[in-house]
Design a protein around this ligand. Sequence first.
Ligand SMILES: Cc1cc2nc3c(=O)[nH]c(=O)nc-3n(C[C@H](O)[C@H](O)[C@H](O)COP(=O)(O)OP(=O)(O)OC[C@H]3O[C@@H](n4cnc5c(N)ncnc54)[C@H](O)[C@@H]3O)c2cc1C
Length: 395
Amino acid sequence: MVRFEDTKTAYNLKSDQELRKAYLLFKLFSKQILVSVGGKLVLFLLRIGLPIHSLLKNTVYTQFCAGTSDNDSMKLVNLLSQVNIKSYMHYAAEGQRTEAGMDASLERVLETVSLSSANPGLPFAVFKATALGSAALFKKKTAGISFNKEESEAWSRVLERINRCCEVAKNKGVRLLIDAEESWLQDAIDEIALDLMRLFNTGERALIFTTAQLYRKDRLPYLNCLIKTATEEKFQLGIKLVRGAYIEKETKRALEKGYDIPLCSSKEATDANFNAALALILTCLDRCELFLGSHSEDSAQRVIQWMKEQQLPADYSKIWFSQLYGMADHISFNLAAQGYQVVKYLPYGPVKEVIPYLIRRAEENTSVGGQSPRELSLIKKELKRRKQAKTPELK
Ligand SMILES: Cc1cc2nc3c(=O)[nH]c(=O)nc-3n(C[C@H](O)[C@H](O)[C@H](O)COP(=O)(O)OP(=O)(O)OC[C@H]3O[C@@H](n4cnc5c(N)ncnc54)[C@H](O)[C@@H]3O)c2cc1C
């Protein structure tokens, strides 16, 4: 087993000052009311043009984002590479609505693919389907509603953008992750992801990775079906396994519209579903590659235990562990130190554009059962350890 409580390794790259700043930030996140009011206040102050960029940049932004531009972020990519942690970059502006905005998002993805091809520290790139096409189209497609002429043309452009990303990724030898989104958009994304895996994953290794959210009740049968299809049609599956990020939104919409909540009924049920999916994927690694997107120590230890039982080396090429930048460093850094394949998700972009991403991180850390208490206790432990290490022993 890997010792995740080794905080010296976990925070090796952080100065005392950076750690103290992170501590204050997670402390703030642990106050639900502050996050709820603070998020709205930040959006309001930005809207009326108050110059709070530098305040944000020096606090929450530095904790969770790699830099304002792709080049600016390369310093961090190279630093992480030195401790055996790879990265994947994502321009974190969310939900584009105009055609020009979607074209710009495509250019961003292509930029990260190009950067990745030139740097072994960046083995993956990623895109969110709703950055390349309007959510309204994904929603209609998922609901099985036919498009009118204008919508059909817009949908063709969405598919063109996505195909372009995959073609360029293929030519440059960069693997491409497709994020999972809300359930009312996801069937359309799944359909595209399956077509892409059929087309691009015909070699020994997966180029395209789809994402399965195991807080959804229907995802285990979905994964079984994917494996069956891939086996019959002889292509590789790339699977990013996550629990799922939109629990409040999913619940609210289902209650408002009066349909069954599509999610597991408790955290325990989600964990059981996730563990079952993990066991399934691990026994099908001849057909799949696993990208474990999780901050759960238990999930990581399960995979490690299984790898040990199978006598697989730590750097076994078909298993990746992934965490978000600024979170769960105790998992990423300790796994990397033991030789496992670790890849950090590095969002980047101008402060103003990544605010919605930052608010989501704050909310996620604030929610009941959120990750702030664990981050706080680990940072506290490390600050104490450093203080003791600096204090000369009394004779
Ligand atoms: C590298 C990476 C990539 C990611 N990509 C995506 C993505 O593409 N799409 C996406 O949706 N999310 C994505 N996520 C976020 C992910 O889905 C989780 O929200 C987040 O990682 C927390 O889950 P966990 O496994 O890390 O931790 P844990 O703390 O073990 O689990 C928390 C999760 O459990 C579930 N849960 C909590 N309470 C309940 C409850 N009462 N009932 C049912 N379920 C509950 C929720 O999914 C919650 O997020 C990604 C995360 C990472 C690290």
